[in-house]
Ligand binder design. Sequence first.
Ligand code: UD1
Length: 313
Amino acid sequence: MATYLVTGGAGFIGSHLVEELLRRGETVRVADNFSTGLRANVPEGVEVFEGDIADEAFAARAVAGCDYVLHQAAIPSVPRSVAEPITTNRANVDGTLAVLVAARDAGVRRVVFAGSSSVYGNSAVLPKREDMRPNPLTPYALQKLVAEQYCQMFTRLYGLETVTTRYFNVFGPRQQPGSPYSGVISLFIDALANRRQPTIHGDGRQTRDFTYVGDVVRGVLAACTAPDVAGEVFNVAVGGRISLLELYGTLQRIFDVEIEPVFGPPREGDVRDSQADIARAREKLGFEPQMSFEDGLRATVDWYRSTTAGVPR
Ligand code: UD1
């Protein structure tokens, strides 16, 4: 058994990692500033370090004594990074650098970093493979790219084992709809549950490789223990491509309602199509997505109905 630090452990993806690690009998610690994470997401008995992960002294305290660090803390929004490039850079780049320095100094066995499919931008070729040339279109995408390159550099320069898992539009229970920067699935569910019209930015024909959070958890934990992958980058996704119109149609069926969406202008810096090639994760991590899109949506809707606007009752 080992000790794991989950940065951003009170957030959406982080809290699912915490839950699964506890289920496996591991010792878990959470570092979070509760800017978007919720205390209610952290199970009883988990040690919580509250603070700013970009603060070197705080990062060092949180990392000390840990075997593995799952670095999930971030401000995870493309449009928010367009509005606030400096604040998001501090969280997403400085935060990662502080974690890497702390992990190097503490002799951590491996850091797994939450990367993003946004680094691919609008490259013409689909599906997107890890060795394609990145083309960041927004501060968020560039921040995630710089952070993963810092990870690789720390492996080469200092021998610290790092692995980047590039996420593609993750959804599931505990994704909060409370902000205009929230993920599209949480916003659409919130709208339909309250019989409101959601807004579709653009024509709705843009596509995403929507991935259920439980599949992401298995990918990240595999990246933590797989042999001979230090310094590598893996797409962790389904390998599919679903348009917003299809997503919205499926949700209307699940809610058994018909509500016309409002079509607004396309979002600045929006990627048109996103689909992962997951061959590398399959081969080296033994990763296989398990949840079907519709079952994942149903599980997410069930969770939403058990909460008040996404916040646990
Ligand atoms: C991006 C990244 C993803 C990253 C995530 C962090 C890509 C392909 N994906 O997701 O890797 O982890 O940010 O948040 O870059 N939309 C609407 N109506 C809404 C909200 C969104 O139509 O109310 C549209 C957006 O314009 C976009 C799609 O839905 O086309 C998905 O948006 P969002 O959920 O914000 O995620 P991405 O920006 O794709």
